[in-house]
Structures are given as structure tokens and as C-alpha cells.
Design a protein around this ligand. Structure first.
Ligand code: ADP
Ligand code: MG
Length: 263
């Protein structure tokens, strides 16, 4: 049996007695590039956080490289890009410091910052087009630039697995392409990528598998959605007659209404 990165079976998350994830089975194997899609509020971020053990399951189980998250030790293997940067405490951190924090799981307590760390941070900043902002406080950056800082932080850790929650939301087209190029290289290198996205945009050619969440359930797991013709045009409503064709035979379009999220 091949190694699995994530293996969730019957995953449930309940918050304030409200079911948020209802019965999720999801297995991700090394080298896959999975797009998690679904309407706003469908449970994508909750799923990502549950896969990483950041929120507890109220039922079922989830394994990270075969271990329950609480017993997982090799956190350097995972690079997580949360949906939003949590700027708190009023402690000014520079872009370089935040990106450098992505190296912490790789550093030993004895040897702190090495040449390899500095090179990884520099490479990560370059990959997101922020080399010129390394010394600036992150608070001074725009939302899209802060998102790029989070991506760079994950890249700097050189993990085996990238888990990215809407990495391209609010990021300009040029930077989306830069990110797509970087992720393409990582995918070629055999890294595993699971990302949440409303619009795949330039990431579309990389995706090997699409998982659609609706109301806390996986309603599609297989071929990535193919934007074509007018569907690819901005502003097109993604409640369209050929959804069953995208999904293959025997699948109804019903649960997918609004799967591309808010227009
Ligand atoms: P998505 O990422 O697909 O937009 P989320 O996973 O963020 O969806 O949220 C799924 C549902 O769970 C939403 O209805 C949201 O309001 C609710 N939810 C998520 N986190 C919390 C929380 N900490 N407390 C209460 N409700 C939450
Ligand atoms: Mg979300």
C-alpha cells in the first residue's frame, strides 16, 4: 500500500452543535495536486484545518502520514497557508521575519539561522515577487501582498506538502501566474499540493483532482473542473447545464449549484 499524506474517514466537525463537516472521506497521496472547491461557507477551511489537526474531529478520524495529528512529529513536511494573516499583538514583524518563521520547524535548537535558511527565505521572497519588501513591516502591505508573504513562508520551509487556503484570493493576475509557475515546479518535483480556490485561473493546468464540498459533504471527487468557452469568462454564473458532463455520467448537478462560490 502506498503512503498516504492525508487520510480522513467519516470526518465530522461540529461547532456549537451545528454540523460543519458531516461525513468526509478524503485520501490524498504523494504527488497529487488537489483543488478543494465549493461555495462560501461550505466547509473548505474547516476541512483543511481538520486535516492538519488544528480543529478536533467530533467523529471519524484523520491521519497525517499515518499518524493522528496529535502524534505527528514531522511538521517540517507540511507547509500551511491559512486563509488570512493573523496580525495581532501590535508586534511589528518584517516580511523577512514572517517568511523566516517558515524555517523554524527545520531549525535545530543549537544551530539557528544558517546559510541554507537565508537562501530559502530569499528564494521564497523571489518566488512571490516580494524581494524588494523584505525589510518592511507586514502591516504596511496590502491584503494581496500579505497573502504572498504567507505563501512565501510556506515555500521557505521547503515542505513535502503544501496546504493552501485560497492562496490566490485578492492576488493580482501577474502574481497568480508567478505562483502557478512556482507550484508547477514543486509538483514536477513530486510535492503534494492541496489548495482551496474559487477560481483556478492560471493554477488550472496543474490540478490533477477536484474535490467539491457542499454543506459539509464531499459531493464530487475526481476530474478537476474544466473551464471552457463562456464558463471561463469572468462573471459567468457557474450554475450551468453541462455540469453533469464535467462530472461524468450519472452525477446530478443539484448539489453543485454555486460550487464556484459567490459571483
Ligand atoms: P469555507 O472555507 O468553505 O468558506 P468554512 O469552513 O470557513 O467555509 O465555514 C464553514 C461553516 O462553518 C460556515 O457556516 C462558518 O460560518 C462556520 N464556522 C467556521 N468556523 C467557525 C467557528 N470557529 N465558529 C462558528 N462557526 C464557524
Ligand atoms: Mg474558507
Amino acid at each position: 500500500m502506498s503512503e498516504t499524506v492525508f487520510a480522513m474517514t467519516g470526518g465530522r466537525v461540529t461547532i456549537d452543535r451545528r454540523p460543519i463537516l458531516r461525513n468526509v472521506d478524503l485520501t490524498v497521496r504523494p504527488g497529487e495536486v488537489v483543488a478543494l472547491m465549493g461555495a462560501n461557507g461550505s466547509g473548505k477551511s474547516t476541512l483543511v484545518r481538520a486535516l492538519l489537526g488544528l480543529i478536533p474531529l467530533s467523529g471519524g478520524e484523520t491521519l497525517l502520514y499515518g499518524s493522528p495529528p496529535a502524534r505527528f512529529r514531522d511538521w517540517w513536511r507540511i507547509g500551511y497557508v491559512p486563509q488570512r494573516l493573523q496580525v495581532g499583538g501590535g508586534v511589528p514583524a518584517t516580511v523577512r521575519e514572517v517568511v523566516g518563521s517558515g524555517r523554524v520547524a527545520r531549525q535545530s535548537r543549537l544551530r539557528r539561522t544558517s546559510a541554507a535558511d537565508r537562501a530559502a527565505v530569499a528564494g521564497a521572497l523571489e518566488a512571490v515577487g516580494l524581494s524588494g519588501r523584505a525589510g518592511d513591516p507586514v502591516q504596511e502591505l496590502s491584503g494581496g501582498q500579505q497573502q504572498r508573504v504567507l505563501i512565501a513562508r510556506a515555500l521557505a520551509g521547503e515542505p513535502d506538502v503544501y496546504v493552501m487556503d485560497e492562496p490566490t484570493a485578492g492576488v493580482d493576475a501577474e502574481t497568480q501566474q508567478l505562483l502557478a509557475d512556482t507550484l508547477a515546479r514543486l509538483a514536477l518535483d513530486g510535492r503534494t499540493i492541496a489548495l482551496v480556490a474559487h477560481e483556478l485561473g492560471p493554477l488550472e493546468p496543474l490540478i490533477t483532482r477536484g474535490v467539491v464540498i457542499s454543506d459539509g459533504l464531499v459531493v464530487h471527487d475526481g476530474r478537476p473542473p474544466q473551464p471552457e468557452g463562456e464558463c471561463a469568462r469572468p462573471g459567468h454564473q457557474h450554475v450551468h447545464p453541462h455540469a453533469p458532463e464535467i462530472l461524468g455520467q450519472g452525477t446530478t448537478a443539484g448539489p453543485l449549484n454555486g460550487w464556484q462560490g459567490e459571483a
